[in-house]
Structures are given as C-alpha cells and as structure tokens.
Design a binder for this molecule. Structure first.
Ligand SMILES: [Zn+2]
Length: 634
C-alpha cells in the first residue's frame, strides 16, 4: 500500500519514467552544449536528435548495470553521490548522543544495508515469522487477513488499496481500490500472444520456480507452485484494464459506499479487511475498475488454500528480494533487469477555443500552484523505528510507516503541502487533482539548469520541463479536471470536438514512429506526454522570446557561433541525450506513457516553424512536417 501517488502513475504526469539510481562517479561541473556531443555529419533538418547528440551516442556505451543511459542518469548519479556522502557520514557517528534522531535513522538504515556479512548470513531468517503466518493459514478468512497484513507492509498482493484525492472533490482524501496483483510489468505480458511475450512468460515461470527453490522448497513443488501462481496472475491480468483504458479518468471514477462495494464482492468481507488494516472509518471508496473487483471476488472464492499460500509466499519474497542475500538479489536482477530490460505555429494559442471555455482554461492556468525545491514542512519520522539491522526489516518498517501514513489520510481534508517526490529526485510532475506543478531540487541542476549559462540554454532545458508540466493541465487527462482539481467537464461541445481533432493528430504522428523494426510507439498511450512535450517546448520558446524582448542586446549575440534560438533547441535536445537496450525499449513501448528519447526531441520540433527557421532547414526535410499535418494544440 505505497503512497497512492506512486500506485496510480497514470494520473500523476511525471516528466520522465522512473529511473534506477545506483551510486557511481561523475563529472562535477558539466558545461552546457558541449560541441563534442554533436554529429556534424548529420543535417539538423534530417534528424535533430542525432545532430545534437550523435557523437555522444557513438562514443557512449551503456554501462553494464543499466538498461539505458543518458543526461538524466548522469544527473541522478551526481545527486546520489551527494546523498551517499550524507548517509556515509551519518553511519559513522552512531555513538554521538547529540545526533539528531533523523540523522541517526539515516545512518542506521544505511549501515544495515551495507553490512553485507550480516545480510548474507541471515538470508531469509528475518522473514521467518512472516512466512510462518502464510503457512499457518487455515481458511479463506485467514487468506483475507494475510492479504490485508501484506498490504500494511507495502506489499501489493491481489489488488491495490490506499488513499488519494477524490477526483470530483479535490479537497478530500478518500479510499481508493485499484487493479493490481501482477508480478510482471503489465497485463499485456500475460495476454499477448506474440512469440516475445510467450517467451517472457516461460522465463517468468522459471524465475518464480528458482526463487521458491531458493526459499527452500523442493524443485518439483516449486515448479508446480510457479504454474499455479502464473495461472492466478493470468486471471487477474485478463480482468485488468489496458494502459490506454486507464488514461480515462471518468471511466476510472466509481465512488461508492462500502455497502455497494460489499455487494460487488459478496465473498470478500470488506469490514474484515478494513479492521485488519486498522482503517476504522473507510467512508466512500473509489473503485477504479469495478469489473476487476468482481473477478477478485470470484478468484477469492474459487482459489484453493494451497494456491493462496504459493501466491502470497511469492509476493513476499518478490517484494523483499532486493534487501536479502546475494542469491535472491541476483535472481531478482536476472529476471527483472536482464530478461525484461536487456541490461548488458505562428497563430496565437487557443485560437480554436470558444470564449466560455477559454475563460475556464485561463482560470485554471491562473490557479495552478507551483512547488519548487523541497517541502515547506518536513515529514515527521519520529514514529519510524530504524536500527542497525536486519536490512530487510528496516525496509518493511519503512514500508509500514508509509502505508500507515497513507491510510491515515482517508476521510480527512487534503494536505496541499504534501509532495509526491523527494527533493533529490531528477523528475517533475503535474498533479491534476491538486492543479499543481512540482519541481524537486534534484532536477534544478545541469543539464536542465546551469546557474551561469545564458538564458537560451536554461529556457531550452528547465524551461521546457516547466512548460511540459503546465501543458499536462491541458492534455487528454488533465483537461478533464478544473481549476480546483475536480473532475468536471468545463468544455463546450464545439471546443471539445476541436480538441479531439488536434489530439488525434498527435496520436497519428507518434503512432508512425518505430524505434525498433516493426515495433511502433503506442500513440494512444503516449498522447498525454507527447501533448506535454509539444506544448512544453513551444511555451518555453515563447518565454525565451519574451526574455529577449527585455534584453534586445542579447538577440543578435552569438555564443560559440550559435544564435540564442539555436542554443535553445540544442539545449532541449541535450536533455534527452540517451541510449537504451532493445529489451528495455520493448518493455517501455508496452508500459511507459513517455515516447522514446529521440521522438521526444524530433516529434515536437518537426511541428515548429521556429525550429525550421533557426537551423535554416529546407522544406521537405524529415524534421519539417507538411503544413497540413502539423500539430497545433497549445
Ligand atoms: Zn509528463
């Protein structure tokens, strides 16, 4: 039951999909727009992404421990280095009684994870009691209680449950129930019939078998259990909505009283579940996918007790493997990383909108809240117990702390000071139910923001990120929420029809892109991010022009032989500098609402006459879309 904001990523529009962030070394003070990264053998009008980043791509190998590598990763590494120094220092001063409790917790948590000898020696011993609870289950009532218990320590078996803003009453947090319970990244992994997905399913069953064997089960029994687990997860997958269906906030809003929810699932007793997770006043529940919960009820009723034991054992070990001994860590990596990711316009804006709709849109824009850097109010961690180990128990207590905090929000007014990302995160987001844009300190660094660079570089970097998040307020999902963050239709029919025409042009443009032979971008799934990318760079460009109006002396000033406009577009392309392994690319084509990096650059720029002018690109070039096909939403 992680914080709801992480469960339903489809509603929070982050700037980039989450990246892994292990430690490493990096350069300290990178310079903007390194000419050595460019490939002068490529014409800007043919492929601007390759022109701006081609030499970097040729010279760069994706490090073996990553499935992709680029400007984001480099900044994540620099931020992680800073955090590492803090944690290391905190871990060395445990005996100082004057140490702030928060610092001691950071130090102890870090030390428990770094004590490899203890982690190796203990293997799964710290989890003995947890496994015993599962083995001791005697009937369906016990199964329900165990699922509830796992939810309370952050393990989302069977389905997802947590708190979140009421989409139609954005001042209140209510209970939310969502589809879930899968061990692979998406329902498509269970349902698609192509050879690649079939092979991944076979490898998944082998992986589950191996993990259960490491837990001490006999290989035959482990193989049998893995098949049962696969069968149960396949049924959950078949009842799950697709990622494109999850983008529709109206379809996924089904608020109901507990009595109605109980009617939906006659065999699953919600009062027992709520008691077990210590939720005394659940209030109304938004059941995002009612048909999924009907399937949950049938599975709950029909699945044999032994199958439940297998499934819950698997959920527990799958969630905790990264914090256990090396055999578990390696097997977890082998499947989740190696197998799944392959780790080795000139018209004024809004011209098509009628006046009443435009008025609402401007009201929403004016009401947009901005959060920068770090929260005004720090989270109180005094109730979280952290000691020197076992590592895995520190993790489970942290998950429980987060789950408790999440459940305590149900039925209460929304805390608008809350953040959905930590300060060092290299990312940003728009939250439609808060109508807010959020930029953690972690992304306010090169290559997004250079304290000493010219305006053009920073408008092309962090400026485009800010524009991207603002545009999310008006993408296919965001436009359905109003100035207060409520799900309410404020569009006239005429303006909505015009919007849909333009939205379809974005879907068509990106659906034509294929990063791997025969494997196309899902234009429907990625439309929100593509609309935000296209709108973001346009907004940032307009903002740069305003800044240049204030400093006309900068307009004709070239730096390194480049005009401000050229530097703006090169800076935009530089933030997407990256390489990705084929397997990770395939995974992301199914699950990631963001387009591949090269299309995040070339897609928006091919619609912009300002780009064509800046680099003097001839008509008919790949980077210049025909006038009648150009996308022009915002
Ligand atoms: Zn986004």
């Amino acid at each position: 039951m992680k914080s709801f904001i992480t469960i339903i990523a489809s509603v929070v529009c982050s700037f980039a999909a989450v990246l892994a962030a292990p430690e490493g070394q990096t350069e300290q003070n990178p310079q903007p727009l390194d000419a050595n990264n460019r490939d002068s053998s490529v014409k800007p009008g043919d492929d601007f992404f390759l022109f701006a980043n081609g030499s970097w791509i040729k010279q760069t190998e994706i490090p073996p421990e990553y499935s992709r590598w680029g400007a984001f990763n480099e900044l994540i590494e620099r931020n992680t280095d800073a955090l590492h120094t803090i944690a290391e220092k905190a871990s060395q001063t445990q005996v100082d009684p004057k140490l702030a409790p928060e610092t001691r917790k950071v130090g102890d948590y870090y030390a428990s994870g770094m004590d490899e000898k203890a982690v190796e020696g203990a293997r799964t011993t710290p989890l003995t009691e947890e496994f015993q609870k599962i083995d001791a289950m005697k009937d369906r009532q016990d199964v329900l209680k165990e699922i509830a218990h796992l939810h309370s320590i952050g393990i989302n078996a069977f389905f997802n449950f947590g708190s979140g803003q009421d989409a139609k009453d954005s001042n209140h947090d209510i209970a939310q129930a969502l589809q879930g319970g899968l061990g692979m990244p998406d329902r498509d992994y269970y349902t698609k019939q192509d050879a690649d997905m079939k092979q991944k399913r076979e490898k998944y069953v082998a992986h589950v078998t191996k993990m259960l064997t490491l837990l001490g089960q006999a290989p035959e029994k482990a193989a049998e259990d893995a098949k049962k687990i696969m069968a149960l997860e396949t049924k959950l997958a078949e009842a799950s909505r697709t990622r494109v269906e999850l983008r529709d906030p109206i379809k996924n809003y089904n608020k109901m009283a507990v009595r109605q929810l109980q009617d939906l699932t006659p065999d699953w007793k919600w009062s027992d579940y709520f008691n077990s997770i210590n939720l005394l006043e659940p209030g109304n529940v938004n059941v995002h996918q009612p048909e999924f919960f009907k399937a949950v009820n049938n599975l709950f009723k029909s699945t044999a007790l032994d199958d439940w034991k297998a499934y819950l054992r698997w959920n527990l070990i799958n969630a905790t493997a990264p914090y256990l001994s090396k055999d578990f860590v390696d097997e977890d990596f082998d499947f989740n990383q190696r197998t799944l990711r392959g780790t080795q316009q000139n018209k004024p804006r809004l011209d098509w909108m009628d006046e009443p709709t435009k008025k609402e849109a401007l009201k929403k824009l004016a009401a947009m809240n901005v959060k920068i850097g770090y929260p005004d109010k720090w989270l109180d961690y005094s109730l979280l117990e952290i000691d020197r180990g076992p590592f895995v128990m520190n993790t489970l207590r942290s998950e429980k702390f987060a789950a408790d905090r999440d459940l305590q929000k149900i039925g209460k007014p929304v805390d608008r000071t809350d953040w959905g990302m930590t300060p060092p995160t290299v990312n940003a987001y728009y939250q439609p139910t808060m109508n807010e844009i959020v930029f953690p300190a972690g992304i306010l660094r090169p290559p997004f923001f250079y304290a000493n660079a010219d305006d053009a570089v920073n408008y092309g970097g962090i400026g485009a990120v800010i524009g991207h998040e603002m545009t999310h307020g008006f993408d296919d999902q965001g436009r359905q929420f109003d100035a207060d963050g409520n799900l309410r239709d404020w569009w006239s029919k005429k303006s909505a029809d015009e919007y849909n025409k333009r939205r379809q042009a974005v879907v068509d443009q990106y659906s034509a892109y294929a990063p791997l032979p025969g494997q196309h971008v899902n234009g429907e799934l990625t439309q929100g991010e593509n609309i935000a990318d296209i709108g973001g760079v346009k907004l940032a460009y307009a903002a740069l022009q305003k800044a240049l109006d204030k400093h006309p002396e900068d307009r004709n000033k070239k730096i390194d032989g480049l005009t401000p406009e050229q530097r703006f577009f090169l800076s935009f392309a530089a933030i997407w500098r990256s390489k990705i392994r084929d397997e990770d690319q395939k995974l992301r084509l199914t699950t990631d609402p963001h387009s591949p990096a090269q299309f995040r650059v070339n897609g928006p720029l091919a619609n912009m006459p300002e780009f064509q002018k800046a680099f003097n690109v001839p008509d008919g070039s790949a980077m210049v879309r025909p006038t009648d096909k150009r996308v022009n939403i915002w």
